[in-house]
Design a protein around this ligand. Structure first.
Ligand code: SAH
Length: 252
């Protein structure tokens, strides 16, 4: 297996592949002004094994196009959606988020949790803009500094993996620059990182290493995850995911 395949193998059995929470998804739904009063077309971009897609499909009168470039995650999503009885409301789509085969104004909502960093926030939100109907909404979570100043250690750690990490004020400006009207912003609380993401991930390490006979590549992946967890434990006062909710400008 390649390093990428190993990473997918480590994460595919988890409920979610990044920090988040059902109550936080619900808060975003509410702040975006979404409810069951009208049928919605939603794209969930970088959906992983589908925690948000499945929730959105149950909570709203919605059809979800669930996009990921990992067919392994999408297979897992298919079986989860089937178990929850919502497979008729979710269409999995294997595609890269920077080459989406969508048409202009196709969606009422573009949703993306913990995923846009893969192509960068600015490229992502500007490319996706044309797929949203005027008056439609974008809900996107993005790694965000919580303070203007922070210890050098954590600054270097994040800058080396994601140079676009920034303050919420900067992210909001990027949204405004690309034709969105920001309508709400909140940060993910600690339990979204720990109880919902890191704790289950840590529980999966020993089975993962056993499955892969402790090969060096697998050990290195676990070590990198452990380093990320340590950095979070030490420095969580300085960063989190921000959840940005913004309307596409234009007449409805
Ligand atoms: N939204 C999910 C998964 C977040 S992890 C959750 O909150 O649990 C980020 C996801 O983005 C992974 O599923 C990964 O496979 C996907 N991804 C990474 N690069 C991508 C790309 N270029 N195009 C589409 N999906 C991508």
């Amino acid at each position: 297996m390649t390093e990428y395949e190993l990473i997918v193998d480590l994460h595919k059995l988890s409920e979610r592949q990044g920090p988040g929470g059902i109550s936080e998804t619900d808060l975003a739904i509410q702040l975006a002004g979404l409810d069951k009063s009208q049928p919605l077309k939603i794209a969930d971009i970088g959906c992983g094994t589908g925690v948000a897609s499945i929730h959105l499909s149950r909570k709203l009168d919605a059809h979800i196009t669930a996009v990921d470039n990992s067919s392994v995650f999408l297979d897992e999503l298919r079986s989860r959606a089937e178990k929850k009885g919502v497979s008729d409301r979710i269409s999995p789509l294997c595609s890269s988020m920077d080459a989406l085969p969508f048409t202009e104004n196709e969606f009422d909502v573009i949703w993306s949790e913990g995923a846009v960093y893969n192509i960068g926030f600015e490229v992502g939100i500007s490319n996706w803009h044309r797929f949203i109907k005027p008056g439609g909404v974008l809900v996107v979570s993005e790694i965000t500094w919580l303070t203007q100043y922070r210890p050098e250690d954590i600054d270097k750690y994040w800058q080396s993996s994601y140079t676009e990490i920034d303050l919420a004020s900067a992210k909001i400006r990027v949204l405004e620059k690309h034709g969105y009207q920001p309508i709400a912003y909140f940060t993910l609380p600690e339990h979204c990182w720990t109880d919902n993401y890191y704790v289950p991930l840590q529980h999966s390490f020993s089975d993962f290493l056993q499955r892969h006979c402790n090969i060096p590549d697998a050990v290195a992946i676990v070590e990198a995850e452990q380093e990320e967890i340590l950095m979070y434990e030490k420095y969580h006062a300085y960063f989190s995911y921000g959840v940005y909710i913004a309307k596409k400008l234009g007449s409805e």
